[in-house]
Write a protein that binds this ligand. Structure first.
Ligand SMILES: NC(=O)c1ccc[n+]([C@@H]2O[C@H](COP(=O)([O-])OP(=O)(O)OC[C@H]3O[C@@H](n4cnc5c(N)ncnc54)[C@H](O)[C@@H]3O)[C@@H](O)[C@H]2O)c1
Length: 387
């Protein structure tokens, strides 16, 4: 007997589409789940485009005011897929209305907002999840399993990057539809909240808390036309960001993000080096995880020198995370599946009563790291993260 989870989706852009797709697919590929998402209502401001989106994806109702959507008694879960400055007001209203909340990343504009949101959802006792979807690519989940299994031994280094090149032209406006990421008032920050937040979420998950960091940021194009009113205005976001960190476990890390790396569209990578091995991931080859074993876990012995080398694991076997729900071994899945996995895990969490990670509280930690990065860049000094 299936139980409907009636979804109210707010925003029909890039993420609205990714999430609608995930809700549509999850029941087919994870049939063991009792809860089934129902595309109950979708909200955005332009009625005509909204109507087309609702028809394409099969949403039963539309709303042009997010407050009306949150207030609907026929909605069980609110999904926040709008620019970052709207996450807080929508989440607070949804918590007050007793709805489960799935919120896009970064959780908020800054840690102060995120703290308020965590307090509200915990007071209301509603289930939450933040869409740090890269955790749920099978190769990244496998990395987590291998680290938890102790295969890397004592960690020494963690390095991550997220590089793009789409804002190099000074003619790209800031603000408004599709360009809200360049407007600090809508985005909160630039590449730190947009791109590095993903890297930090993965890093905290794989390698534990960050104890301190020092960062530097740059805004290469200082003024841009604002798309909504046409005036030239100062740019308030960081275009590029480089960070050195010390993790609480004694390892060191580097993080780099930019939208000015000519030729890179979404070069998202991480590598971790430990005493007994290393692993590396590159989003361009998302079905692979690279592993170097110095010492074999089973025997405790050092791998023979003539056999030592990087191993490229094609993460498509039934034994790999999530992969028994898809095709036969050797056949790949892609970006959109990370969202299907997120929904599946969220539904499983509802059924078992276990909160699925990352919750709002967990995403608050990522938000604190982002705040520390921006604070360090402003002050030119190391920042210690409180624990
Ligand atoms: N998890 C990821 O990998 C990932 C990827 C991209 C974006 N995001 C996050 O998702 C969120 C949305 O980003 P996007 O790329 O989908 O943006 P987008 O610009 O493609 O879509 C934003 C949507 O919000 C709607 N919107 C804006 N103001 C609104 C309002 N007042 N009421 C109702 N709807 C409104 C717009 O109409 C649009 O449909 C952001 O927080 C972003 O950081 C996450």
């Amino acid at each position: 007997m299936t139980q409907p989870l009636r979804i109210g989706l707010i925003g029909y852009g890039f993420m609205g589409k990714a999430h609608a797709n995930a809700y549509s697919k999850v029941g087919h590929f994870f049939p063991e789940l009792r809860h089934r998402p129902v595309l109950q209502a979708v909200c955005a401001r332009e009625p005509e485009k909204l109507g087309r989106f609702a028809e394409t994806w099969g949403f039963a109702h539309t709303e042009t005011d997010w407050r009306a959507l949150v207030a609907r008694p026929d909605i069980d879960a609110v999904d926040i897929c709008v620019p970052n400055n709207l996450h807080r007001p929508i989440a607070l209203a949804a918590a007050a209305a007793g709805k489960a909340i799935l919120c896009e990343k970064p959780l908020a504009m800054d840690a102060a907002e995120a703290e308020e949101m965590v307090a509200a959802v915990e007071r209301a006792g509603v289930a939450t999840m933040v869409w740090y979807n890269y955790r749920r690519l099978p190769a990244v989940t496998l990395a987590k399993q291998l680290i938890a299994d102790g295969r890397l031994g004592q960690p020494f280094h963690y390095r991550a990057s997220f590089l793009q090149d789409w804002t190099i032209s000074a003619d790209v406006p800031q603000g408004g539809a599709a360009l809200w990421r360049l407007d600090a008032a809508a985005a909160g920050s630039g590449v730190t909240g947009d791109l590095l937040a993903h890297c930090f979420d993965t890093a905290l998950w794989l390698n534990g808390p960050i104890a301190s960091l020092v960062a530097t940021t740059e805004t290469f194009v200082k003024e841009r036309m604002h798309q909504e009113h046409g005036r030239i205005e100062p740019v308030g976001i960081d275009d590029a960001c480089m960070v050195l960190v010390r993790f609480a476990n004694g390892s060191m890390g580097t993080f780099e993000s930019t939208r000015y790396a000519r030729g890179h569209k979404a070069l998202k990578t991480f590598e971790m080096n430990g005493a007994d091995g290393s692993l590396a991931f590159d989003l361009h080859d998302s079905q692979y995880l690279d592993l170097f074993e110095y010492r074999a876990k089973q025997t405790g012995q050092k791998v023979e020198d003539q056999l030592a080398g990087w191993r490229r694991i094609h993460v498509t076997n039934f034994e790999h995370p999530y992969m028994d729900h898809w095709w036969v071994p050797g056949l790949t899945i892609g970006y959109e599946h990370s969202f299907v996995h997120a929904v599946a895990d969220f539904l499983r969490g509802l059924e078992s009563g276990t909160l699925v990670e990352p919750t709002f509280r967990t995403a608050l930690e990522t938000q604190k790291v982002c705040d520390a990065v921006l604070q360090s860049a402003r002050s030119n000094a190391w920042v210690t993260l409180a624990r």
